[in-house]
Design a protein around this ligand. Structure first.
Ligand code: PLP
Length: 382
């Protein structure tokens, strides 16, 4: 049996006719950048998330970069970020000339530790970027409280969490100053190329973001501020307009697949028993009224002898990934830029050495899941 880490064709096939219809319509329309297809997506995304403004952009990275630009963050400013995330979360801070202040993560969820973040606030701190890692929200209640006390902007990196909710059912990306999303093809809601989104409840900020998106132009050929080409293609919006209607169903299926993995791992004695070789992250809002406490962008295990396990599974045709092997404080590109010589990051270091992402995507069969867990058990127990 082969269980690829991800197979995007499986998601495409049942939607092929609808997507191809819409894509053809765009190709024949002659309107390829922004325009009605993109506006439709902005309206539908804002409605789905329950937020006033949505600005469709070129990627998740650009969404984060634009948020910093629109908030006027630059040289001399400090921005708090978790030490453990995709590199873009911290790199954008350096790109605007500000200083990333790395904060270790909470061992239960690997999201930013709000108490540690509060300890790193100085007179120069302007913002915090919580990351809703793997598909569940960071501890927004504590983050919003510390941010309010310290007068910080909150820029949510919700690239892995479109549709995830807190205990009160509020969507990821809608609680901070701005929320940033990515529609890279492998995300839960994926385009057929590069695309992203910024949302906010502040209409003035949304207006600034729209100006920044288009070379700082308020009117044609009059640039009132620095901007860039951060526009979304109509073809990407066409794909997203079809897929958005299916997202809740897919996220529900991911939650079901995760519950099945958990049950199988328990039955195989891989969790909980004394000296169990695996541990799972905690789902913070598991027992709340939220419909989507965790949308399982990734299903993560903490695994003993992780690298050997990954190699073993590969021999049996099972694809896995390590998100992420290097915490930010060990990234060569950050040396002497973000490094804070007095801090250590034991939780991020331990996570980097033990996390492993198992295959999870709509359409994954329960036989495939059983095969994966059977092989994990074979690795540890023979
Ligand atoms: C994917 C991702 C990004 C970047 O999004 P792109 O669309 O690839 O630029 C940023 N942060 C996190 C946490 C991500 O997973």
């Amino acid at each position: 049996m082969q269980v690829p880490f991800l197979d995007l064709r499986q998601q495409y096939q049942p939607l092929a006719a609808q997507i191809e219809d819409r894509v053809l319509r765009v190709l024949r329309s002659g309107q390829y950048v922004l325009g009605p297809e993109v506006e439709e997506f902005e309206h539908r995304a804002a409605e789905y998330l329950g937020v006033k403004e949505a600005v469709a952009v070129s990627s998740g990275t650009d969404a984060l970069l634009m948020a910093l630009m629109a908030l006027g963050i630059g040289p001399g400013d400090e921005v708090l970020v978790p030490d453990f995330s995709f590199i873009a979360t911290a790199m954008v801070i350096l790109r605007v000339g500000a200083t990333p202040i790395l904060v270790d993560v909470d061992p239960a969820t690997l999201t930013i530790d709000p108490a540690r973040a509060a300890q790193k606030v100085t007179g120069r701190t302007r913002a915090i970027i919580p990351v809703h890692l793997y598909g569940q929200m960071a501890d927004m209640e504590a983050i919003l409280e510390m941010a309010q006390a310290a007068k910080l902007w909150v820029i949510e990196d919700a690239a892995q969490a479109f549709g995830a909710e807190d205990a009160r059912g509020r969507k990821a990306g809608t609680l901070g100053t701005v929320g940033c999303f990515s529609f890279y093809p492998t995300k839960n809601l994926g385009s057929a190329g590069e695309a992203g989104l910024i949302v906010t409840n502040d209409p003035d900020l949304a207006q600034r973001l729209r100006i920044i998106r288009n070379q700082g132009q308020q009117r044609r050929y009059e640039s009132v501020t620095l901007g860039g080409n951060f526009r979304m293609d109509a073809l990407q919006a066409a794909v997203l307009n079809v897929k958005l209607s299916y997202l809740d169903g897919w996220n529900q299926e991911r939650q079901r697949l995760a519950a099945h993995y958990r049950a199988l791992l328990e039955r195989a004695n891989l969790l909980r028993s004394t000296n169990a070789p695996l541990r799972l992250p905690v789902v913070r809002h598991q027992h709340s009224n939220a419909t989507f406490p965790h949308i399982y962008h990734q299903f993560i295990i903490f695994a003993k002898d992780r690298d050997q396990l990954q190699q073993f599974l590969r021999q049996y045709g099972i694809g896995t990934e390590v998100y992420y092997p290097l915490p930010f404080h060990r990234q060569p590109c950050f040396r002497q830029r973000a490094l804070d010589p007095v801090s250590s990051f034991p939780v991020a270091d331990a996570a980097a050495a033990t996390v492993l992402a198992l295959p999870i995507y709509p359409g994954l069969s329960s036989q495939a899941q059983e095969y994966v867990v059977e092989k994990i058990a074979a690795f540890y127990y023979g």
